[in-house]
Design a protein around this ligand. Sequence first.
Ligand SMILES: Nc1ncnc2c1ncn2[C@@H]1O[C@H](COP(=O)(O)OP(=O)(O)OP(=O)(O)O)[C@@H](O)[C@H]1O
Ligand SMILES: O=C(O)C(=O)C[C@H](O)[C@H](O)CO
Length: 308
Amino acid sequence: MLLSCGDALIDFVPVKTADGRDGYVPAVGGSCLNIAVAMARLGAPTGFVAGVSNDMFGQMIADHMAASGVSFDHLRRSDDETTLAFVRIVDNEPHYAFYDETSAARNWTWRPGSIDFSTIEVVHVGSTTLINDPVSTETLKMVRDAAGRTVISLDPNCRPSLTKDRDDYRRRIEELIGYADVLRMSDVDFEFLYGEPDWDAKAAGWLAAGPKLVLLTRGGDGVVAWHASAGRIEVPAAKVTVADTIGAGDTFQAGTLVALYEGGYLSRDRLAAMTADEITACVAFGIRAAAVTVSRPGANPPWRHELA
Ligand SMILES: Nc1ncnc2c1ncn2[C@@H]1O[C@H](COP(=O)(O)OP(=O)(O)OP(=O)(O)O)[C@@H](O)[C@H]1O
Ligand SMILES: O=C(O)C(=O)C[C@H](O)[C@H](O)CO
């Protein structure tokens, strides 16, 4: 089973009302839930590890999971509320204002022994639940327990509006990178964390520290992958008409993980032994899946048959 651990929330997506006013439509989101939904829709056995509210938005999240075939086995329901995110689109790029101070996702805690990692192919962590406590520290505890027993996938998916102390955040992310086997970062996140891009130097340092596969996504400019023996590989993005890029990175991550799963690469040894052609094929599958998401509104990952 593939697990994604982190945030489920409601995105309020901007729309124009029939009489021309600004309005919002609620849509189930959260980077880590989007990844779980995308992996399940693409056909992989998938579970979601998180705190989800019993309130009406939590029910929307549960319904969305059920409709996409995501397992509830590792879900913890509580009476804390659902995180809300109001979305603003500027130049096709989404920006988020979060309301999560006392949410079920933010208050999730790790219970040691609650997951048998020997039965799990990959645990993905990322996004808002890596920023603030308690969930950030609790996620790190889970990753420490899981590391070496299953593959760890990490996408920081930085959210500047939630990050009060950038140095503290960078320290947390760097500790997680030390445990990660597959690291994905967007160029925007890289710049938020490290300023001027020196991707090759940074990727070389990461490959020496832990991750076997490092992926940098650059929106419509494609993906760069680094791997200790296969080297540096560039894969172009698909050419599509963009509706919006909400959830693009999430679907890319999910698609790439599903391809790694189907290819039998989800162990540290198999990841380390991948060839350039094998990496290109897995990344290209992630790109194909992400192309569907960007071609339609909101984070709406494709079902497997839509990639045919
Ligand atoms: N304009 C685009 N045209 C084609 N594909 C795109 C475009 N934008 C994003 N994608 C696809 O989605 C992938 C991830 O996009 P990006 O690098 O923007 O990640 P991200 O910033 O994490 O996304 P998110 O909006 O989910 O946070 C890209 O590698 C690409 O395959
Ligand atoms: O979970 C997050 O980080 C969000 O900003 C909510 C969005 O649904 C998500 O990012 C889309 O990728």
